[in-house]
Ligand binder design. Structure first.
Ligand SMILES: Nc1ncnc2c1ncn2[C@@H]1O[C@H](COP(=O)(O)OP(=O)(O)O)[C@@H](O)[C@H]1O
Ligand SMILES: [Mg+2]
Length: 917
């Protein structure tokens, strides 16, 4: 990637160049706001400011004006822009901003600024390697977390520049509506670290852009959720501003008819206005003469019309030059342009000079840039389809020829130009450049760009009937990229895997076919996407098994068992799961060390499910350690499993703690971070801290079931705060979905929660049905953990209906399970509560009291205030039944106290009152 010179010279402390020479007018209120942010930032309260408005409204000019002022007050200003051009390099705005800084910095200073971030930042700015000799290798690998490590390193670099600057750092990032996903992710990450920094991130974006890219939408949503960042919408200039501008140009008063006319026609859009004024002045019109102004001016229609007017006055050669330039991009090299036009004679040079004189281009660095993006857009959009293709072809060939020595830094450009050249281009070149451009993007973890290049390559391969084996390999790589990109891309991942499988079938490559079946099986069992389908997953495991029995392969067999063991966690097949773990382990032992999986995550889960809690937890903790060392894909996953185990055992504090460790274990994508925050929110809600739970949930921005997080906090929070209807709807929906997809574990889990809400709503039959269905899943697994979720609850319902024999049956089983000596944490309290209710129902007050006390102390020990309140009201009811009303009052009021203390809604308090009377 080449760093580009920018229009704003940040080191010579010259004020930024402002084209056209029009004086700056108006914008006083906006400048006050912006300077207020600078002021706050000098005191360590950095932040984000976004300037938005239609094209030509003056976003860039305002940003430059602020930059000029900041610079004169000792601010470090870094300036970068996104580009509308499809072939623009990933991270362009950041690279632009940092490129000039790095070049101007001494090696010693650079080393200090970069610290341990040097290797990562050098991936974006390779010149750093020439400046600092002994940097280690940068991050490599194909994991999602790698990108976030890179982004974190770049953020650190920016923060240390800010910390070292005299007043602070103003980072200008222009035209974010065109920015690539990686840049936007970086800015989002940076934004989250600004609260103590002397750094202002000033972004500009077009508000008229109808469909914002999803990453930009995400960034804006994140900023507004964190109530971070001020949004400055730019209105048109006022008539007074227009007047000031015109008068200062004319150097003398101007009749108000002239001003009114100009204002009405341009609606105060400064680009519009300055274009018309330029034309008038160029033709020697006297702005003071109303009649002359009227005569010279056609009635303008819109912005693009003005641009077309401007261009139409130019000679045909200049017009041709500009059209070629517009295909090259916002800026270009004259050499490449001349090569594209096939000539660099006097005529071409004269054409360039005319374009410069007409203020359509301006020199920048070693090349030229359109003075405004609107000019390029109008030129480009005005090209007929075949002409556009021809020019793209010419551009690709020209860049290829001119840069033959440094082709590696032009791969994306050439690939995109060849692609846009349509039938003109040699398809094998399209494939070749697209593949290489994708690889270059992958080295920077710019996965969205990788996907774009490789998907284009695929299309060309298909069109050319490329060898099925080559195509299949490519499809497999594309599938991996989709996996890295996250849950929203899983449908595409599966589609590519299916196509790859189809292609391999034509090749009789059994190994590849087997591998594809296993990959598909794994893709279908992942529950965080709309694609989850356990039955299909099992079909692919079966197909792989059949192939393996005909063509044995130990590595693939191991891969299959590993994945199968993981799949069984979701389908709640504990016995099969443990068997698969054993097979995987013994195969592992036979393989060379580097081929081993040694992955105890599924094993830990299955052991815990089977009731071997300590052993299971230990295996999960080992899995966390391995994850941390490998810091690969899904590195938080083992933490999530360990956290869930604690949650399911009724130990929300431990659950929270493990999730917190997961959060700190590696750099995470916003999506995975959100998943972790969801689990933390659920744990806080169970531990009684509803405010914190709501805050954490709000931070994720997820309300409903978007991604089917295992513990999704919305219904839990609704339930605990007293919005039972909402909790019921959400849990019903969740259970239905998991049931449909065959994700039996989650089906059982949500059935148990649903039973809780049914019970407080007085719908005892529904509660029983739910619990019996969950228990059936537990018995089939077989899973002692699921039995321990369901049996105490069923026993309580039976006790309530005085079906004591049935209650006793459930309790007997619970006692047997607990006799093995495992630590059942909060679940032991549920058993004690069930014992208490059963004993009281049978009028055995003594045992009842003993067990109520036990339950209460267990709930207190594990911080389970909701269970505590439930136990107190149940005790109250038992005392009422025993005729000991005076004692009952105490229990009820203690329960009410708990609800009041945790600020839960009316329904819970009413619930206690209903029990009392
Ligand atoms: N406040 C202003 N005073 C004078 N000229 C302005 C002002 N705002 C914008 N302009 C001029 O109008 C043209 C378009 O402004 P620009 O900042 O490039 O718009 P945007 O970035 O919103 O597309 C530029 O030539 C710029 O110099
Ligand atoms: Mg602009």
């Amino acid at each position: 990637v080449e760093s580009k010179t920018v229009g704003l010279d940040v080191h010579s402390r010259r004020p930024p160049t402002t084209e056209g020479g029009f004086p700056f007018v108006g914008r006083q209120a906006e400048l006050v706001t912006l300077e207020g942010h600078l002021e706050a930032a000098t005191r360590g309260r950095g932040g984000v400011v976004l300037i938005s408005g239609e094209p030509g409204i003056g976003k860039t000019r305002l940003a430059l004006e602020l930059a000029r002022r900041a610079q004169s007050e000792g601010w470090q200003v870094l300036y970068g822009r996104a580009s509308a051009v499809e072939a623009a390099p990933s991270y362009l705005p950041i690279i632009e901003a940092l490129g000039g800084f790095v070049d101007a910095c001494s090696s010693e200073a650079l080393r200090i600024y970069l610290g341990h971030a040097a290797a990562d930042v050098a991936l974006l700015l390779p010149t750093i390697r020439d400046r600092i000799s002994d940097i280690e290798q940068g991050t490599t690998g194909v994991a999602e977390s790698m990108r976030f490590r890179l982004l974190a390193s770049v953020s650190e670099f920016l923060l240390s520049i800010a910390a070292a600057s005299k007043s602070g750092l103003l980072l200008v990032q222009e035209d974010l509506h065109w920015a690539d996903a990686s840049t936007l992710l970086l800015l989002g990450l940076l934004a989250s670290k600004l609260s103590g920094a002397r750094l202002i991130l000033l972004g500009t974006l077009r508000s008229a852009e109808v469909d914002l890219s999803p990453p930009l939408t995400d960034l804006l949503a994140d900023l507004s959720r964190a109530s971070m960042g001020e949004h400055v919408g730019l209105p048109p200039l006022t008539p007074a501003d227009v007047s000031t501008l015109v008068v200062s140009l004319h150097g003398a008063p101007v009749p108000h008819e002239v001003i009114d006319g100009l204002y009405a026609e341009t609606e105060g859009n400064p680009f519009f206005l300055t274009s018309i004024l330029n034309q008038l002045l160029r033709t020697g019109c006297n702005l003071g003469d109303v009649r002359a102004v009227r005569m010279r001016k056609a009635i303008p229609q819109d912005l693009r019309w003005v641009v077309r007017q401007r261009i139409s006055r130019l000679s045909p050669a200049t017009h041709d030059l500009l059209r070629a330039g517009a295909v090259l991009g916002d800026d270009f090299d004259f050499d490449v342009l001349a090569e594209m036009l096939g000539t660099r004679d006097d005529l071409t040079i004269a054409a360039l000079e005319e374009a410069l004189a007409a203020d359509t281009l301006r020199p920048e660095g070693t090349g030229y840039r359109f003075t405004h993006a609107l000019i390029r857009e109008t030129l480009y959009d005005g090209l007929s389809h075949p002409r556009r293709q021809r020019l793209h072809f010419a551009a690709a060939s020209a860049i290829e020829r001119i840069n033959s020595g440094t082709i590696d830094s032009h791969l994306a450009e050439i690939a995109v130009h060849y692609r846009l050249a349509g039938s003109q281009a040699d398809q094998s070149k399209v494939v070749d450049y697209s593949l290489r451009a994708g690889e270059a993007a992958a080295a920077l973890f710019a996965w969205e760009e990788v996907a774009a290049h490789w998907e284009a390559a695929l299309e060309s391969m298909v069109a050319q009937w490329t060898d099925p084996e080559v195509r299949a390999g490519h499809l497999e790589r594309l599938a991996k990229v989709m996996f890295i990109l996250g849950w929203d891309y899983y449908p595409r991942q599966i589609a590519y895997l299916e196509r790859a499988l189809e292609a391999y079938r034509q090749t009789s490559d059994f190994q590849a076919t087997t591998r594809l079946h296993v990959d598909l099986a794994a893709a279908y069992f992942r529950i965080n996407a709309s694609t989850v389908n356990q039955r299909r997953s099992m079909c692919h495991f079966k197909a792989a098994e059949a192939l393996l029995s005909a063509h044995p392969d130990e590595k693939l067999a191991n891969l299959r068992y590993q994945n199968l063991a993981a799949a069984y966690t979701w389908t709640a097949q504990t016995a099969e799961g443990l068997a698969a773990c054993q097979r995987a382990l013994s195969l592992d032992a036979q393989l060379a060390p580097e081929d081993r999986f040694g992955e105890p995550r599924a094993m830990g889960w299955h052991l815990a499910s089977a009731g071997k809690l300590a052993e299971g937890a230990a295996a999960l903790e080992r899995a966390c350690e391995i994850d941390r060392e490998r810091s690969g894909i899904d590195s938080y996953f083992s933490y999530a499993f360990r956290s869930n185990l604690a949650f399911w055992l009724g130990d929300p504090r431990d659950s929270y703690e493990w999730m917190r460790r997961g959060l700190a274990s590696s750099e995470l994508s916003p999506q995975r971070r959100a998943a972790i925050l969801c689990m933390m929110a659920a744990a806080r809600a169970e531990a009684g801290d509803l405010d914190e739970a709501c805050r954490l949930q709000a931070e994720t921005g997820w309300q409903g079931l978007d991604h089917l997080a295992v513990l999704f906090p919305a219904p839990l929070i609704a339930f605990r705060t007293g919005d039972w209807e909402r909790a019921r709807t959400l849990w019903t929906d969740a259970r239905e979905r998991h049931r449909r997809t065959g994700t039996r574990w989650c089906e059982a889990d949500f059935a148990c929660w649903l039973a809780q809400v049914c019970r407080v709503q007085g719908d005892i039959d529904a509660a029983k049905t739910m619990l019996n269905e969950a228990l059936a899943i537990g018995l089939e697994a077989p899973s002692e953990l699921i039995e321990m979720w369901t049996r105490p609850e069923l026993a309580m319902l039976c006790a309530q209906e005085r079906r004591l024999a049935e209650a006793e049956q459930h309790l007997r089983r619970c006692r047997a399970i607990m006799a093995a000596g495992e630590q059942w944490r909060g679940l032991a309290g549920r058993v004690a509560l069930a014992e208490a209710l059963t004993a009281s129902s049978g009028a055995d007050w003594e045992v009842g009291e003993l067990q109520f006390n036990r339950a209460l102390s267990i709930f207190q020990r594990w911080t389970l205030p909701w269970s505590e309140a439930e136990a107190l009201s149940a005790w109250g009811s038992a005392l009422v039944a025993a005729g000991r009303r005076r004692l009952a009052v105490d229990k009820f009021s203690a329960a009410r106290d708990i609800y009041h203390r945790h600020k839960v809604g009316e329904p819970w308090v009413k619930h206690v009152e209903a029990l009392q009377h």
